[in-house]
Design a protein around this ligand. Structure first.
Ligand SMILES: Cc1ncc(COP(=O)(O)O)c(C=O)c1O
Length: 374
């Protein structure tokens, strides 16, 4: 169905930036620059500078960044990697695909790993801590790095949803051995298909990712150093991402204003829990606006009927997908989140009028049905 308020609006996005996007694509196609050309190198430089690291390696997806980060840190069979279950499945799949065992711990009320639970999950096999900066909010990297250094763990940051988020002024993706980003179209910085990048200060990890994305080949010598994958960020994608890059600060600012507007419209409504977390050290980018209610499914159906598109990240705990072969780690907060969360429309194109309409419909929902009914 065509929504009055779509979750994201790629057509309007394209219309708004058509001149810059078309010029970037034309530049690549007219020069025949398709694979591993200057446009990719330029984008990698831009990204590394923005994140605050020495190297950025453009890849086919965020998943590849996660996998290559683990492989670059020599994590494999016999190793355990601590991470969360409240994340996109790719976080955990990357751990499984490198041969290691994911050890899932619970998140705190800000949807990120609960630092108080990390140490209990450490065993003599634990090699890495893969933290996920979810919804645009960076984890408490002071606690994470302190725990990691105490137990000699490699930190890998899944920053797929948090390009531009900072902790004490330092960028997400610059703390760990590697940061992993996704340029899936609906991320803050989105391409026109899949794309990703790994950021690092470690020359060895950068080289490993550069080789693995070319099926293990060193492009200068033709030597195959590993069994790698076909996982290079396309030149045309890189050119489009570079064209969009200068807009990032304005898009982040817009998202903050949209989030504040939601907050004003939804304060005290029903049993809603709004995403207002402490911001002293963390600065988030409002990638998603996620609220919680025990009447989530009914609210979602109501909004759908009123032409408002919402998403649920994610409706059932990862371990309940039998095909993933995970055992139930017993994570009460993750389970509650799966029952309660709903993501409201949020993008660079979301307007204040759309937020007003959405908050009005949410208030309407809670006033019509009384406070207790589910
Ligand atoms: C938290 C998280 N991790 C990893 C990924 C994987 O990124 P990609 O879809 O580019 O492989 C995503 C993307 O949706 C994500 O949101």
């Amino acid at each position: 169905m065509g929504y009055k308020v779509p979750f994201v609006d790629p057509r309007t996005h394209y219309r708004n930036y058509k001149g810059e996007i078309d010029a970037a694509i034309f530049d690549c196609l007219s020069k025949g620059d398709l694979i591993y050309r200057q446009q990719l190198h330029n984008f990698e430089e831009m990204l590394a500078a923005f994140v605050g690291v020495k190297y950025a390696v453009g890849l086919g997806s965020g998943y590849h960044a996660l996998l290559f980060a683990l492989m670059g840190a020599s994590i494999g069979p016999g190793d355990e990697v601590i991470t969360v279950a409240h994340t996109f499945v790719a976080t955990v799949s990357a751990i499984v695909h490198c041969g290691a065992k994911p050890v899932l711990v619970d998140v705190a009320s800000d949807f990120n790993i609960d630092p108080d639970l990390i140490e209990k999950a450490v065993t003599e096999r634990t090699r890495a801590l893969m933290v996920v900066h979810l919804n645009g909010r960076i984890c408490d990297m002071a606690r994470v790095t302190e725990i990691a250094s105490k137990h000699n763990l490699v930190v890998i940051e899944d920053a797929a949803q948090s390009l531009g988020a900072t902790f004490d002024g330092r960028g997400a993706g610059s703390f760990g051995a590697a940061g992993c980003f996704s340029f899936y179209p609906f991320k803050l910085l989105g391409g026109f298909g899949d794309g990703g990048a790994l950021t690092t200060n470690d020359a060895g990890i950068a080289r490993m990712a550069s080789l693995l994305r070319f099926n293990g080949e060193d492009r200068d010598t033709g030597e195959y150093h590993h069994h790698g994958q076909t996982a290079l960020l396309d030149n045309v994608q890189a050119a489009v991402l570079s064209a969009k890059f200068p807009h990032l600060p304005a898009w982040i600012e817009h998202r903050h204003r949209i989030a504040e507007h939601y907050g004003r419209g939804l304060e005290g409504v029903g049993d809603l829990r709004l995403p207002c977390f402490r911001q002293e050290r963390q600065k988030d980018i409002s990638q998603n606006y996620v609220v919680r209610t025990t009447r989530r499914d009914a609210l979602r159906a109501h909004l759908h009927n009123e032409g408002i598109e919402t998403l649920v990240h994610w409706p059932k705990p990862m371990w309940e997908h039998r095909g993933l072969g995970l055992t139930n780690p017993g994570l009460p907060e993750t389970e509650a989140i799966c029952r309660e969360v709903i993501s409201l429309p949020m993008s660079a194109e979301t307007t204040f009028e759309q937020v007003d309409y959405t908050t009005q419909q949410i208030r309407e929902f809670f006033s019509r049905r009384g406070p207790d009914r589910r």
